[in-house]
Design a protein around this ligand. Sequence first.
Ligand code: FAD
Length: 353
Amino acid sequence: MQGNGWHLNRTQFDASLAEAAAERGAILQRGMRVVGWDRLADGKWSLVLLDGDGSQFQLKTSFVVDATGRRSVFATKQGANPVRMDNLLGIAAVFEFEEGAAKDCYTLVEATELGWWYGAPLPNDRAIVTLMSDRQEWRQHQFSRWENWMANLAKTRYVRELVAGATQSSELLIQPAFSQYLDQMAGDGWLAVGDAACTFDPLSSAGIYKALRSGILAAEAIAGYFHSDAQALAKYESQTLRQFELYLEDRRQYYSLEKRWPDSEFWQRRRFNISLSPSKLLCFERSHHCASVLRRLKMYLPLRDLQMLCELCVGGKQASDVVAQYRARTEGRVSAYRAIEALQYLLEQQIIR
Ligand SMILES: Cc1cc2nc3c(=O)[nH]c(=O)nc-3n(C[C@H](O)[C@H](O)[C@H](O)COP(=O)(O)OP(=O)(O)OC[C@H]3O[C@@H](n4cnc5c(N)ncnc54)[C@H](O)[C@@H]3O)c2cc1C
């Protein structure tokens, strides 16, 4: 146990943040969805908002903050692409207790062979239980089927106790939970914050803290942008990337603590073993086929960096030299570890040999 955690009633917390913003002069438009945007000749943005009744509104603004969560609705339309680190999914169900019968406990995390379970009490005598597993296991073991999900819950020791005697009160809900970041987090007149910029593994329990911190950094960057600081948005982006790199390091350390299932592919993927020898000779031959396969790759590094790694392998080069040259060109923006992970991925995909 390291430090204290907080149990947050998310609905109340979000409402209190919105109120605090309104008290400081923000105009709240509740229940609206941003469905369109245009850059006007004067440099401002015109946003199209849709309310719950389907009525449309227009809003003119000098700056857009994309806080739409992991779908990064606005940023991806400006050309930003998510770069994924894994394929983690959460498969959750809510359980209901008879009045006053809910267990008084904190969040529970329990590792099993095919992933890990997360259980937490909810307000109003309810609890949520989630199986975190990769897309591959989800497909192979058909975790969307209630009986398969329950059979795995029955194999837990602690989490099943949390909901003993409760009745299921929701369908199984599938939530993407992969760690990812945008290859572009800001541009002229916009930036992405919170999960829209990067997402953390729920094991970290740090998504909300990270989102709040990201909001503070974003506010400083926007103030700098309007005070003619040409570097303000670039600085925000590099701070966010740095934070993501530190998070990846923590994630590697936490997952590698679990050693009970050496044959489980879920845990093998998280042991982050490096199999590439530094002296291995890597080769890349340019071809239309490789270029089109490369464009479809979404893991570990942005497409431009995967392309750079391939180009560094033209004519044949040792893996250690490729990593050193890549890091020199990108000014050490990402760890050597991630460059190696990306090279292993390019080898697996048979782009480099
Ligand atoms: C299974 C799971 C468990 C987690 N457990 C924890 C935990 O224990 N602790 C923790 O700190 N974090 C946890 N997280 C992560 C945490 O939920 C997120 O990091 C956090 O919610 C990010 O906040 P956000 O405001 O950036 O995005 P979100 O909370 O995703 O909010 C985005 C908002 O944008 C709105 N939106 C989307 N599209 C549009 C649009 N077009 N127009 C207008 N609005 C739009 C959405 O409705 C939503 O209200 C967990 C995540 C998962 C998947």
